[in-house]
Design a protein around this ligand. Structure first.
Ligand code: AVI
Length: 322
């Protein structure tokens, strides 16, 4: 009991507010960022290695194949600015090809940032690594050391797809403001494809994605003094064609009532809590999204199956339009 009380006191107030407001909303939803506690992040790592989850391995192969070409299209002395802490295998692929003057990872989580910066220092002992702890949804002041260097933004992983288009455009615009005039951006975007492939990627046979989604309820119980019966919900992955996205939901398998931080909730069998969107972009869609935020596509690369794309874009100067 004392432990539970402690957990309640230690809970992130933003998590509490999002869960209470989200569960009470007309279409119940909890922001996807809360999927990523320690356990959720471990499960996501496991997802990236699943046979059905093609994005990570396809993007890594694209970077292995094309980083040299990307580097050849840039000038010398770039500062690579990664939006995210760069813990993956993808960052070294780009850094090795580009030979940047400095590497600036930006992340809201100082712990992740420090850990991954340390790992990269071992791999690139001569590269100045200048981590910035900040929320990259807003314009950020970059370190003075790279003030005069040309900037190359890096945003792999198709994380842009987890945002609704309006928020994705806000983020891309903030990136442009952070990086400045003349900057470029390498971004990974997942493509539209056969629905069966998408559904399998987000509802794998081993049940890892289901565990990742259901972990949210375990987290709510642990951190928000809640008593949600975990067996009353199941993982659902749905293709929403009109929105061009995979949606993850937690669906009540029977009528269920529970309490979260003193507030009572009831879900009828079949009702769902929406927990994540993963938008998929066709060739033109990705260009339109980038252009809406002031980025012009220089070139994009895709794999043989056209499953995933990495795009090199450049910040477009404002211009008169008819
Ligand atoms: C982090 N993000 C790009 C993943 C995706 O594919 O949308 C998150 C994920 N959710 C379920 N599986 C993977």
């Amino acid at each position: 009991m004392a432990e539970a009380a402690l957990a309640v006191r230690a809970a992130d107030p933003a998590f509490r507010a999002d869960v209470l407001a989200g569960l009470a909303a007309p279409i119940p939803a909890v922001p996807a960022r809360w999927l990523y506690d320690r356990r959720g992040s471990e499960l996501f790592e496991e997802i990236t290695r699943l046979p059905e989850y093609y994005p990570t391995r396809t993007e890594t192969a694209l970077l292995e194949r094309h980083s040299g070409e990307i580097a050849a299209m840039l000038g010398k002395g770039e500062a690579v600015v990664e939006f995210g802490s760069g813990s993956s295998a993808k960052t070294p692929l780009l850094l090795r090809a580009v030979h940047p003057a400095a590497y600036v990872p930006i992340d809201i989580s100082g712990d992740f940032l420090r850990e991954s910066a340390e790992a990269l220092r071992t791999l690139f002992p001569d590269l100045p690594i200048l981590p910035v702890e900040a929320d990259f949804m807003r314009r950020i002041d970059l370190p003075d050391e790279i003030a005069s260097a040309p900037k190359l933004g890096f945003f792999p992983g198709s994380t842009i797809g987890n945002l609704v288009p309006r928020t994705a455009v806000d983020l891309l615009r903030a990136m442009k403001e952070t990086l400045g005039d003349g900057s470029r951006l390498v971004i990974g975007m997942d493509r539209t494809k056969e629905v069966s492939v998408l559904l399998a990627a987000y509802d794998d046979a081993a049940g890892v994605t289901a565990a990742f989604n259901l972990n949210l309820l375990r987290r709510i119980n642990a951190e928000l003094d809640a008593d949600i019966p975990l067996d009353a919900f199941r993982h659902r992955a749905i293709w929403n064609d009109a929105m061009s996205r995979i949606e993850m939901h937690l669906e009540a398998v029977r009528d269920v009532a529970f309490t979260v931080a003193g507030t009572r909730f009831a879900f009828a069998a079949g009702a769902t809590i929406h927990t994540e969107n993963s938008h998929k972009y066709g060739y033109r869609d990705s260009r339109l999204l980038l252009r809406a935020a002031g980025w012009g596509v220089v070139r994009d690369w895709t794999d043989e199956r056209d499953y995933f794309s990495i795009i090199l874009a450049e910040a477009e100067p404002p211009r008169f339009a008819p």
